[in-house]
Each structure stands twice: as C-alpha cells, then as structure tokens.
Write a protein that binds this ligand. Structure first.
Ligand code: SF4
Length: 226
C-alpha cells in the first residue's frame, strides 16, 4: 500500500517539478515523507503534526479544519464518533455544538469530565453536507485512528453511532445488536451506543443510551479499579 502511494506521489511530483521547478518539488516531497512516517510518531502531538495536512482522500480538499481529537493523552476511556460535522469543521475539535453539549452532559452523568477521556472520530475531515463516509475514505483514514489508539492505550472504547461501531467492531451487525455487548479490539474492550446527534433527532432513544453508558462506566470501573 505504502509503495503504491509513494509511486503515485512520485509520478505527481515529476509533473509538478516540470511545471513549477525544484522549490515546490522539494516542499511537496517533505510533506509526503511526513505523512509516510506518521507510524513512527511517539506522542499524539507528534502524530497530529505529521498528519494535519493530510490530503490522502478527497475530504482533504473540502475541509475547513482537520479534526485530530481532544482529551487526555493517557486516558483509560476513549470515545470514537463518525466524522466532524459543520461545527467541528469550523472549530477543529470533535463533538462541539449541540451534539457535543449532549455528549458532555452524558459524560457528567456517568461521572466523567470531558478532559478525563479522549474523544476522536473515525474520519479526521468533514464529509460534505454530513453525508455518510465512503468506504474508501474510512479505509484511508483508519491507520490514523489505529495509531491514536496505539499511543493512548485505552482500556475501554465507546463507539458513538452505527458508522463508528461498524468500523471499530467490524462485521455487519446492526447497532441494535452491538449495543449492550462487549467486544474485543486487540485486548481493548469495546462497546457501542447511539451518536449524540441521533439522540437529538430521536429523544426516545435516550433511555437506551443511558443504559448503555451506565454499563460502559461499570466496565471502566472494573477494568481500572476506580
Ligand atoms: S479524512 Fe483522513 S485520509 Fe482523508 S484527507 Fe482527512 S485525514 Fe486524510
């Protein structure tokens, strides 16, 4: 995969060099090397610096801000949503706006502060008009999320919504079948519940979410001894 990407970039750079000369050719090459070396990052800050200019999929062209994620870099609990929305795209932070406020309230209800956990999305750039991410976009961006998980080393992950749950848990299960169950991701326990934006549209789902997050908190307490 890396070889193919490098080959494609190398071909593109030859064209750039022919048109714009050596200065641009060199700067493009530096950016490509940064992207390719993200897997060697040893901290979230370093990872963010290496990938924040990513243009590996089409969403890089339409985003306003790259949305890396926010929170405690050593968190035992990680929350993963789908992709930035309009507010997140403007501010460069996941889960702001009405859905973010609801998520904060949910966290407080289970005795977490937002800064206790790490919050990220499966995609770092906003799909136009909040459409569902395309499979190729998910696949292209996934290594960044995997690297975040590797660096943070959470004990538990809560997937917020169908897209994040199917990406992290895998398989073709409906969200209804994943909710309430505990899955394993390379030794990390994973649960799923509704996306806060879906709860805003469907307030009747809040009761189910409350049951899910209470189970999540219980699992967190068991695994961390807190
Ligand atoms: S969505 Fe991910 S892969 Fe696509 S441009 Fe943004 S960071 Fe890169």
């Amino acid at each position: 995969m890396k070889t193919n990407i490098k080959k494609l970039f190398a071909e593109a750079m030859k064209d750039q060099k022919a048109i714009f000369g050596d200065d641009l050719y060199d700067s493009v090459e530096v950016k490509i090397e940064q992207l390719e070396s993200f897997d060697n990052a040893t901290s979230l800050e370093e990872l963010n610096n290496l990938i924040c200019n990513c243009q590996k999929c089409e969403l890089g062209k339409t985003r306003t801000k790259f949305v890396f994620g926010v929170g405690n870099p050593n968190a035992d609990a990680m929350l993963i949503g789908e992709a930035p929305g309009a507010d997140e795209d403007k501010q460069g932070e996941p889960f702001v706006g009405r859905a973010g406020k609801l998520l904060n309230d949910i966290l407080i209800a289970i005795k977490f502060k937002r800064e206790d956990v790490f919050i990220a999305n499966t995609l770092k750039c906003r799909p136009p008009n909040n459409r569902d991410p395309h499979p190729l976009e998910m696949e292209t961006c996934r290594p960044y999320l995997d690297k975040q998980i590797e660096l943070i080393k959470p004990k538990v992950i809560l997937c917020l919504g169908r897209i994040a749950a199917s990406q992290i848990i895998g398989g073709k299960l409906a969200l209804a079948k994943m909710r309430g169950e505990v899955f394993d991701l390379n030794g990390i326990k994973v649960m799923a519940t509704y996306h806060p934006a879906a709860l805003l549209r469907n307030p009747g789902w809040k009761k189910g979410c409350w049951e899910d997050v209470q189970k999540f908190r219980k699992l967190y307490d068991e695994l961390t001894g807190k």
